[in-house]
Design a binder for this molecule. Structure first.
Ligand SMILES: Cc1cc2nc3c(=O)[nH]c(=O)nc-3n(C[C@H](O)[C@H](O)[C@H](O)COP(=O)(O)O)c2cc1C
Length: 312
């Protein structure tokens, strides 16, 4: 499916451990224009890891849909791309150049690629050469230690990527330092491919400001969507908070989808989502203690109903 860059794209960020098929399907219902899989390792795909294949499966409503690959060399990423070529419904391959986790960086993948632009360029070229999917995109940070984003995006454009998403922090800043939106703007002005902005965008006003002042092409939302899968509707339509009955319905639907996708283990995996869904409500601490002991999906559903019943 074609992406329409004449209007801003509202994209769900890849979030390892969160943006699995059930979550992406839910977010899609609330208006996300593009969903991206969690990061999958090129090597894991090559070795036929069942877990990785499950991670790249998409829900029927996810169209357009991208798979994000992490890898450190053109050959292994290229082989992973060929495996994905055999799967239908994937519209693009995104290369992870932002992951700050030491284990990933040590292997030369994720944000380590921001230090080795020859390698980064070679990987993007390899994806373009071997991918049968419509799009190749790259997700980056501003740099590894310092901001080198203009140089980085120019190399990515030169290698043939169709667009780039920029998380406006360096690797050194982790997830907490201040996002440098002006740096994203400079990068957008330096290239002619679309640039999507990412980092701490979690309200209608912020999204509007970024789209007006920084880049018109789109915004990517990560943590703002955890515990708030309806955020895309709020960002697009300037809607306020949703009421408790609807929230309860969405949370139960999410639990159902988790159990459908993962079996009973889905209830345990759902605990971390419940931690965020319950944040800020009276009794949330007790509720978390309770659900951390629950393994049975039915019982989990009851605990959820009990909790939200008491919420004004
Ligand atoms: C728990 C978690 C998991 C993440 N997993 C990925 C990932 O798999 N791939 C990726 O490119 N970025 C990943 N990120 C980074 C986000 O996609 C995003 O760039 C970052 O959180 C900033 O955006 P936000 O402020 O909207 O969350 C992850 C972030 C968090 C907090």
């Amino acid at each position: 499916m074609e992406l329409d860059f004449s209007r801003p794209l509202y994209v769900l960020a890849p979030l390892a451990g969160y943006t699995d098929l059930p979550f992406r399907a839910l977010v899609k219902r609330f208006g996300a224009d593009l969903t991206v899989s969690e990061m999958v390792s090129a090597n894991a795909l090559i070795h036929g890891s069942e877990k990785s294949f499950k991670m790249v499966r998409k829900a029927p409503e996810e169209s357009p849909y991208f798979v994000q690959i992490a890898g450190s060399d053109p050959e292994s990423v290229g082989r992973a791309v060929e495996i994905l070529n055999g799967m239908e419904g994937i519209d693009g391959i995104d290369l992870n150049c932002g992951c700050p986790v030491p284990k990933v960086v040590k292997q030369g993948a994720g944000s380590a690629l921001l230090k080795d632009l020859d390698r980064l360029e070679a990987i993007v070229k390899e994806i373009r050469k071997r991918s049968k999917k419509r799009y190749t995109s790259v997700k980056i940070r501003l740099g590894f230690e310092t901001n080198r984003v203009v140089e980085i995006v120019k190399r990515i454009e030169g290698a043939g990527a169709h667009f780039v998403t920029i998380h406006g922090r360096t690797r050194a800043q982790g997830f907490k330092g201040e996002v440098d939106y002006q740096a994203i703007r400079e990068a957008r002005e330096a290239v002619s491919i679309p640039v999507i902005a990412n980092g701490d965008i979690d309200s209608y006003e912020k999204a509007r400001w970024v789209l007006e002042e920084i880049t018109p092409y789109g915004v990517m939302i990560g943590r703002g969507a955890i515990g708030r899968p309806w955020i895309f509707h709020q960002l697009k339509e300037s809607q306020g908070e949703i009421g408790t009955p609807l929230k309860l319905e969405i949370v139960l639907e999410h639990l159902n989808q988790m159990v459908h996708f993962y079996g009973d283990h889905g209830a345990i995996l759902f605990r971390k989502h419940l931690h965020t869904y319950s944040k800020g409500y009276p009794g949330a601490i007790e509720f978390r203690k309770r659900i951390n002991r629950i393994t049975d999906p039915e019982e989990m559903g009851e605990a959820i109903r009990d909790f939200f019943k008491g919420v004004p």
